[in-house]
Design a protein around this ligand. Structure first.
Ligand code: PLP
Length: 409
């Protein structure tokens, strides 16, 4: 039986939008930083707290299958990023998962020490590699950063792993995952992709691109809520050869055998470390229902069409000479955000927020409009473009109240 929702395609995504709880009058263009709340989440959280925790107490681990959530939720994410079963789990943060996978990468490529990445990659990705370098010493682990243009030439025989974020958090530029993974493989290196700005917005194909490792974020386009657990992918072909250094008890072959020494669990499960956050995982599980009946090809098409129409609206503004659109004009080369550069980007962001239009600012001079394909409406983007025009025209962003920096931008 087809699901009733399958019957008609929904090109405007109005049905999908109705699955979210968005505040009246707000144009929310920051889903690339924190996804909006799926309407099913509050009841799911209330149920896990009051009924499952409150009534089942410790039995919840078995009776409500809490212990299986990293795998169960992981498989649901796997289906959104082109990963066959058994290769992806939901756990920890991107930072922690990167540490585990980078250590594995160095172990899989003995004799090679370089983690190759891109200048301007997301800071935590670079910091974690720096931390591993400090721990292991420069002989065994060296972070090398080059520009995107220099990447092909920088893939040399000493590179153990190419670590890239598919969509750049500042510019919104998207790498060619298939081509760069292939280039890494040609020199015998592994490819590790960060999907923080891809999962849930783009049609990612991890298996088809022959990616070795990936990490991704739960709280951006997957809508899992503030601090939602992240995910980790390791291709099946590596499973029998690997170990990881955060070998906690839940990644043990028999956690409740309470043995004195570590024995890794089979497959992807050895990447579990400690006890998962059940409240976070339950919110994530309920949130992922918004993808039910959607094909990621259609979601990516929606992303491309919304970002295109916003870029067109911005470049058509009489004030467009005052800023630069830094996001690529070609759809295949961008993710689900449109960024502009302006020396007063912070103050302009604050002036937009004062009008209930919510983008965000990324230092030093980038104003980002995150365009979540599942709930952003065409007319909201037009309203945002018009508001930007009015703010630039009037110069109201120069008011002192818009210049005060907050702790979280
Ligand atoms: C948001 C984001 C992260 C977040 O990392 P956490 O450790 O989960 O907080 C990491 N990498 C990129 C590219 C991001 O955009």
């Amino acid at each position: 039986m087809p699901h009733p929702d399958d019957a008609l395609p929904d090109p405007s995504f109005e049905h999908t939008r109705s699955l979210f709880q968005l505040p009246e009058g707000v144009v929310y263009l920051d889903g690339n930083s924190l996804g909006a709340l799926p309407a099913a989440v509050p009841a799911a959280i209330a149920d896990v707290v009051s009924r499952q925790w409150g009534e089942s107490l410790i039995a919840g681990w078995n009776d409500h299958q809490w212990i299986k959530l990293p795998t169960v939720v992981g498989e649901r994410i796997a289906s959104l990023v082109g990963a066959a079963p058994g290769q992806l789990i939901c756990c920890d943060s991107i930072s922690v998962n990167l540490f585990k996978l980078l250590a594995t990468a160095l172990q899989l490529r003995p004799g090679r020490s370089v983690i190759l990445s891109e200048v301007g990659n997301f800071p935590t990705d670079l910091y974690i590699a720096e931390g591993l370098q400090a721990l292991l010493g420069g002989e065994r682990c060296e972070l090398r950063q080059v520009t995107a243009q220099e990447l092909p030439d920088a893939l040399t025989e000493d590179v153990a792993v190419l670590m890239l974020t598919e969509v750049n958090f500042r510019s919104g530029a998207r790498h060619d995952m298939a081509a760069l993974t292939q280039a890494a493989h040609r020199v015998g290196a592994l490819a590790l992709w960060d999907l923080a700005h891809s999962a849930g917005a783009l049609d990612v194909q991890l298996d088809a691109c022959k990616v070795d490792m990936a990490v991704g974020c739960g709280y951006k386009f997957l809508h899992g809520g503030p601090g939602a657990p992240a995910f980790l992918y390791l291709a099946q072909r590596h499973h029998d050869q690997v170990a990881q250094p955060l070998c906690g008890w839940l990644g043990h072959a028999a956690p409740f055998g309470f043995e004195n020494s570590y024995r890794p669990a089979a497959g992807i499960h050895c990447y579990l470390s400690g006890t998962p956050s059940i409240l976070g995982m339950k919110a994530m599980e309920a949130a992922l229902d918004v993808f039910h009946t959607l094909s990621m090809r259609d979601v990516e098409r929606r992303t491309a069409s919304l970002t295109q129409s916003f870029i067109s609206a911005l470049t058509a503004l009489p004030q467009s000479r005052e800023f630069t659109v830094v996001t690529p004009a070609i759809a295949a080369q961008r993710g689900s955000q449109v960024s502009i550069r302006h020396p007063q980007a912070y103050a302009i962001t604050q002036a937009l927020i004062a009008q209930q239009i919510i983008p965000d600012f990324r230092a030093p001079d980038i104003l980002r409009f995150g365009i979540a394909p599942l709930y952003t409406r065409e007319e909201e983007l037009q309203r945002a473009a018009q508001a930007l025009a009015a703010i630039l025209e009037s110069g109201q962003y120069r008011q002192p109240r818009f210049q005060q920096r907050k702790e979280v931008t």
